[in-house]
Write a protein that binds this ligand. Structure first.
Ligand code: ZN
Length: 460
């Protein structure tokens, strides 16, 4: 039995009543929250006591979409200005050189970055397994860092010769993909409250996977009760591809292959119409909104406001670090708020008088990054600070230059002001980041190994 007491922080619970305690705290026992509330109402002693006066403390952020391995190919000159399809076609041959060590190292780098930005649970989508790489390499890397992961067993089975986008050298047979998926679920998937590893089945996208593999993945996921994830409606090119190859728009194609349901979430979902938003709502499909990636690749702006109005669960994802070049999830919260406002501006809504304005607020954006992400991943044990939930949270010291003059609203300050590294990140009551330092690995050594691996991978 171990206990942790946090006192005198500005607590943002993100519970259903959106309660906040300006002088509040948490009492944690064995990784779960036993009590949350005003400092004066909490127990007085614990194995570890931390006074966080001057800090704002929130539920750990949930990352709903990423490709950890892409931290090795950030800012590759040839694709800095490319659109999605050209970006992919240039990077596939580089990614075909990935090794098991590359997967392990890049997982640690991405998770270290995420931890520094307040993330406590991350979903990852690994869909290439060259040179003996396995999802096991990612899971091993994640275990050392200490964040919770939803490791997606991605796949590509539709090579160029069959009309797909990726070269044949990076696609696998349906049989080997399904066999490995089953092995991973049986070896690692843990659905219990407080789970650290969950497996997700995630064929990569309509333009890199056969229809048969989509159907078979859905069948297997439902047999085992694991979730399904894929990229969908990211760009207009994809819409054209689906219409030409399948005779359906991307969402219609998903309905045809049994890929709608509360166990399904889609990355991006930018190019959807009003009826398709209703399809997501009716079937309770989730969306991982990735604002930086969509801006970086000039893909478009997802209709987040319309999704939320229809009752669709929306979480936030930093997306792969080759189409974002960072894994800063608190930064992504800020981007989500700002991009939603850009969309309002384009539609002309913001030009109406102030009384009619309803733009995305800082708290709305934080909701997407916490409760929204938890709902999208199908988890009720994370995303808010409430009795019985996982003791996953992050805290920012407000006594910093970045926040000077912004303390009229400390919660909004961490979204509106320039995002920085957080001061504390705690997962299951364990400190991953403390006073701004990553505790679970030697960060300097990790950067060195990562840069060596990136050089080797990109130069071939
Ligand atoms: Zn992606």
């Amino acid at each position: 039995m171990s206990t942790l007491l946090i006192k005198h922080a500005y607590i943002v619970t993100m519970d259903d009543h959106q309660r906040e305690f300006p002088d509040g705290g948490l009492f944690v026992r064995d990784g779960f929250i036993e009590q949350v509330g005003a400092s004066g109402e909490l127990p007085e002693a614990a194995d570890e006591v931390l006074d966080l006066q001057g800090h704002v403390l929130l539920p750990g952020l949930v990352n709903a979409h990423h490709h950890f391995y892409q931290t090795l190919t950030r800012v590759v000159p040839a694709v800095q200005d490319a659109n999605l399809f050209n970006w992919l076609k240039t990077l596939y041959p580089i990614w075909a050189r990935l090794t098991p060590d590359d997967i392990f190292i890049s997982t640690q780098t991405a998770l270290a970055e995420l931890a520094h930005s307040g993330c406590t649970t991350a979903s990852d989508h690994l869909y290439l397994f060259p040179n003996g790489s396995r999802l096991d390499d990612e899971i091993a890397g994640a275990r050392e860092i200490g964040l919770r992961i939803h490791a997606s067993r991605g796949s590509m089975s539709l090579g160029e010769s069959q009309g797909g986008l990726p070269p044949d050298s990076v696609v696998d047979s349906e049989e080997s993909i399904l066999k490995d998926s089953q092995r991973l679920i049986e070896s690692y998937h843990d659905a219990k409250p407080g789970s650290y590893v969950q497996i997700v089945l995630a064929p990569c996208s309509p333009f890199s996977v056969t229809t048969e593999l989509m159907r078979e993945s859905a069948r297997m996921a439902r047999q085992y009760g694991v979730h399904l994830h894929t990229h969908l409606a990211e760009t207009e090119d994809e819409e054209q591809f689906c219409l030409q190859r399948f005779g359906y728009r991307p969402v219609g194609y998903m309905q045809q292959v049994d890929w709608v349901g509360e166990d399904v979430w889609f990355a991006h979902a930018v190019w959807v119409n009003a009826e398709e938003i209703q399809v997501f709502a009716q079937h309770k499909c989730g969306v991982a909104h990735c604002p930086t990636s969509n801006m970086r690749l000039a893909s478009g702006i997802a209709p987040v406001k319309e999704y939320r109005a229809a009752g669709v669960n929306v979480g936030l994802g930093v997306d792969g670090s080759a189409s974002n070049d960072g894994s800063h999830l608190l930064g992504e919260v800020r981007q989500a708020m700002l991009l939603a406002r850009v969309k309002e501006g384009i539609t002309g809504y913001s030009r109406s008088n102030d009384a009619g304005r309803k733009v995305m607020t800082a708290r709305d954006a934080l909701w997407l990054g916490t409760r929204g992400g938890a709902a999208v991943l199908g988890r009720s044990d994370i995303g808010s600070l409430e009795t019985g939930k996982c003791a996953d949270f992050f805290a920012c010291n407000l006594n910093q230059l970045d926040f000077a003059g912004a303390l009229h609203d400390p919660v909004a300050a961490i979204v509106f002001c320039q995002p920085r590294g957080v001061d504390y990140t705690v997962v299951g009551g364990r400190f991953i980041v403390k006073e701004g330092c990553l505790l679970s690995t030697d960060e300097g050594r990790l950067i060195e190994k990562h840069n060596q691996a990136a050089r080797k991978l990109v130069s071939g």
